[in-house]
Design a protein around this ligand. Structure first.
Ligand SMILES: *Cc1c(COP(=O)(O)O)cnc(C)c1O
Length: 426
């Protein structure tokens, strides 16, 4: 599970890794924020807000120009017509998520989409009414799930189940999730997990978990906020019932970017699954005849409610073109080496600094993000990083999340990050 890459603890070795990096030119495609002295920040925060591709502006400006030039006619006559604008995103999103094009659509925002999907997929019946999530799920997901339970008349105290790491451990074991499903599966209507946990950076075994949940008759959905554009996904093959993600983290779609959803093919022809309806999900041939009966499009598009936010989609389109050019496989390969290098460098100082790594050592069980559990001097450590021009993030009570991304980060930046840490005393 651990590969020996033959890393060396020198700055020249970091530069050598950069020279041999076949993706190194992609950094030039992004705006890297600058410090007041004109040097670029070391931006390790792509897990929170990805950087702006230099092409984004032209994509958005094209739509502003067409709007100025055409007004309402742009729906049909813009260079990229607005009426079907979301369709420009479908194939790139299908490639990034391992889905059939019919299974994905860009729409709304993440938490909104989780609610829309739960409206269709959370179908409590008698004893089978509980929802299982991870114990350190993103708070918004927990609020969303608890509110769905309450809306259906259940008390989250008893109906919201969580699976936790074993005592003394920080991440979940798949066999423990399987064990909960075996023991309580008959009472669980829905399993909703992150694809990559936002706090620890752990990537879950989504295919294996989906199989275990299905063998107990539970629905399975994944929140891919920290997984999409980070790790390779095979949603169709894994058999997840649904998934949702945001596009402003690893996908670099910009603040508040339009989100996306996956609905497995097996559910697309089932009209009863359709939770909530809106006109953009209606049969395109008759949508503008405005008939009184809803006739859903038999693809993920049938889950759309409102017409497409074109400006936001234009920004995402710019970024997805870069992903298509780089390829998820090459990005993943670089990401694995980057995180391994980071962990290898950190390991030489972690004991002295009282730092523990929360993220799994197994490369298959993590993405870009490394979460460091800092000791009592953690806040000071984080402040010294900020002072030295590093942008990463701090999660209470004492976790530093660092995400070197393969599109725009360098090995030398990882080297420099660890040098800042190494210069600290405890
Ligand atoms: C980032 C993130 C969110 C944010 O939700 P929005 O609806 O996009 O504001 C929700 N859940 C998880 C797991 C996240 O990582």
């Amino acid at each position: 599970m651990q590969i020996n890459y033959g890393f060396e603890p020198t700055p020249s070795f970091a530069r050598q890794l950069d020279r041999h990096d076949s993706l190194r030119a992609f950094r030039e495609r992004f705006h890297i924020p600058l410090q007041s002295n004109g040097d670029p920040y070391i931006y390790f925060c792509g897990n929170s807000l990805g950087l702006q591709p230099k092409t984004t502006k032209a994509y958005v400006e094209a739509e502003l120009e067409d709007w100025a030039r055409l007004g309402v006619e742009g729906h049909l006559h813009a260079r990229s017509p607005w009426m079907p604008y979301h369709e420009f995103l479908t194939e790139p999103l299908a490639r990034i998520t391992g889905a059939l094009p019919a299974e994905v659509v860009a729409m709304n925002a993440l938490t909104v989409n989780l609610h829309l999907l739960m409206a269709g997929f959370y179908r409590p019946e008698g004893a089978r009414h509980k929802i299982l999530i991870e114990s350190d799920a993103f708070p918004s997901d927990r609020y969303a799930v608890a509110s769905q339970l309450r809306m259906k008349g259940y008390d989250p105290e008893t109906a919201l189940l969580t699976v936790s790491p074993r005592s003394g451990e920080h991440t979940l074991r798949t066999e423990d999730i399987e064990q909960v499903l075996e023991a309580q599966g008959a009472e669980i209507a829905l399993v909703l997990l992150g694809g990559v946990n936002y706090y620890t950076g752990q990537a879950f075994e989504m295919g294996r978990i989906a199989a275990a949940a299905h063998s107990q008759g539970c629905m399975v959905g994944y929140d891919l906020a920290h997984a999409v554009g980070n790790i390779p996904l095979y949603l169709h093959e894994w058999g997840a019932d649904f998934a949702a993600w945001c596009s402003y983290k690893y996908l670099n779609g910009g603040p508040g970017a339009v989100g996306g959803v996956f609905i497995h093919e097996k559910h697309l022809s089932d009209p009863d699954r359709m939770g909530l309806a809106g006109w953009w999900g209606h049969n395109k041939a008759t949508r503008f005849q405005m008939p009184p009966e809803f006739d859903p499009i038999p693809t993920a598009e049938g889950w759309q409610m409102s017409n497409a936010p074109v400006l936001s989609m234009a920004a995402l389109r710019a970024s997805l073109a870069i992903f298509d050019e780089a390829g998820m496989e090459a990005l993943r390969q670089k990401s694995e080496i980057m995180s391994a290098y980071f962990l290898w460098l950190i390991a030489q100082h972690s004991e002295r600094l009282g730092i523990r790594v929360l993220t799994p050592a197994d490369p298959a069980a993590r993405g870009c993000q490394i979460s460091l559990l800092a000791g009592p001097g953690g806040r000071r450590l984080f402040e010294s990083l900020t002072r030295e021009g590093v942008i990463c993030d701090w999660r209470e009570p004492n976790v530093i999340r660092v995400a070197p991304t393969p599109l725009y980060n360098t090995y030398e930046e990882i080297w420099r990050f660890v040098q800042v840490l190494a210069a600290q005393t405890r």
